[in-house]
Design a protein around this ligand. Sequence first.
Ligand SMILES: *[C@@H]1O[C@H](CO)[C@@H](O)[C@H](O)[C@H]1NC(C)=O
Ligand SMILES: *[C@@H]1O[C@H](CO)[C@@H](O)[C@H](O)[C@H]1NC(C)=O
Ligand SMILES: *[C@@H]1O[C@H](CO)[C@@H](O)[C@H](O)[C@H]1NC(C)=O
Ligand SMILES: *[C@@H]1O[C@H](CO)[C@@H](O)[C@H](O)[C@H]1NC(C)=O
Length: 565
Amino acid sequence: MKVVKEVERETEMKRKTYGNDTLVVILLLVNLVVGVLSADNYERDDFPLDFAFGSGTSSYQVEGAANEDGRTPSIWDTFAHAGTRYGDIACDGYHKYKEDVRLMVETGLEAYRFSISWSRLLPNGRGPVNPKGLQYYNNLINELVSNGIQLHATLHNFDLPQVLEDEYGGWISRDIIRDFTDYADVCFREFGNRVLYWNTINEPNVFANGGYDQGTTPPQRCSPPFCVRNVTRGNSTYEPYLAVHHILLAHSSAARLYRRKYRDKQHGFVGISIYTIGFFPLTNSEKDQVAAQRVRDFFSGWIMEPLLHGDYPISMKRNAGERLPTFTNHESEQVKGSYDFIGVIHYCNANVTDNSDALSIKMRDYDADMAATIRTPDIFANEEYPIAPWGLREELEKFKKLYGNPPIFIYENGQRTPSNSSLQDVSRVKYLHAYIGAVLDALRDGSNIKGYFAWSFMDLLELLDGYEASFGLYYVDRHDPELKRYPKLSAKWYSRFLKGRRSSVVETIELENDESLEKSLDSWVNFNSDNKISEKQRSGMENHWFQPRLLVEWNNAHKAVRIVL
Ligand SMILES: *[C@@H]1O[C@H](CO)[C@@H](O)[C@H](O)[C@H]1NC(C)=O
Ligand SMILES: *[C@@H]1O[C@H](CO)[C@@H](O)[C@H](O)[C@H]1NC(C)=O
Ligand SMILES: *[C@@H]1O[C@H](CO)[C@@H](O)[C@H](O)[C@H]1NC(C)=O
Ligand SMILES: *[C@@H]1O[C@H](CO)[C@@H](O)[C@H](O)[C@H]1NC(C)=O
């Protein structure tokens, strides 16, 4: 989690002590009249049968065993070890994969998005396959397949083998096209009889901005004055463009290889994923409106327009000039159409204002070329995201109207909470409920959406937040040497949704004995001295809470909470 300037912030966890009563949460789902324009109340059956609901993780974030069985470091290992939070053990998924797949089955996941560690499979970045790495992915894949879970595999998730970075500079060299294609070939050959959905490269737009402009994420290249960190390799004025150029060529090379060599036998699909933000002009002025579209060009158009038309957006060519590489006619033809689906990653929205003055500065980076000011919520602080699903609607609408309505998997979407906060993650339930509703609305409006993956299946190592922020449906107790997993309320809610229970069913969910429930309630509403919520407070709560309406009622007698969706 990603983008824009890093906001380092110490989040003080305030802990309070409460009694040890076992708390019971009753989920009461009341059928509301479905609004015409907004899917407030829906169930699994409202989505097509072949729509895939899943959740995701990635290799370095969960596997651990970073130095085991022949794996070599990736650029993410190097980045992480320069700081204090790394994935040497992570969630120990490498050893706990069976247990984790069992949790997925219990949750009712229909699909799982994971990533393959390039340096585990090919420790030299190319050449001989590591038999233990191969065995691990075969084991994981078999476990998932035998449980009927659809597989979505990502080939590159910020984790280029360090050896290739050292050898020729990784993604800023054309050599990467050959090596990535060969790596993809190994994956298609070894796993393609069971994995049908291949995401070549995860969010190249963020990878390039963080990794080659600001220097905040691996491989941490940048040049002054654009560096957020004090590093002295790289050049922010053109390397982000060069890296994405090679990513697009490597992607299309792998996609062509799949079509030529594997598709007839394996019948799978190859796509690429893009990090999106819901961009809104701050004012109605034409300048701000144009700026919002320009920013979208720089985020999504950067990838989508070459895939659609074989060339970069006009606004990028105009503002970046010669620093933006050009495709030869041959390359242009190869990149065009080299996708079967697009992975959309989305968490939050931003206000955009025009900043064309930036263009008067001669030395510019990718950010300056956008010529806009982007205001997001503090997305690197450990705070919850605002629940504002209209941003996802907006971006999906743009994919429909501007980018040819491609088949889309929502590959990441989810709510962030501090990792220690509570198993009663009502804010995550609210977030997921609202955003899945927005996906249903978009689907009904003609968007070609094929699936939705909640990020993340369990609490894991986040790129910038480490273990301090969490997105998981399952809590991982990092203070337990066994790294035990516990379902959060969101896991139970998602499970209930996936299992298609009718919404009129009243159900009691026993939660783990968890003192934090009262605490989290406390932050929404102040109880009267006798712990009864007044009518006034209740209506205040309803207002306070974002649609779709979710009402929590405190039942003092039963020490229970009723959640009305
Ligand atoms: C950056 O690093 C160099 C060399 O280590 C040092 O001299 C300089 O003061 C640092 N600059 C900042 C802004 O930290
Ligand atoms: C980065 O590249 C630009 C050309 O785009 C050049 O003018 C500048 O000197 C380079 N900066 C560094 C730090 O090498
Ligand atoms: C965008 O601006 C509106 C109006 O000023 C404000 O309510 C909203 O919080 C802003 N959103 C972000 C993401 O900054
Ligand atoms: C989480 O809580 C434990 C104790 O329960 C504490 O030791 C740890 O530092 C906390 N972690 C964070 C990230 O706040």
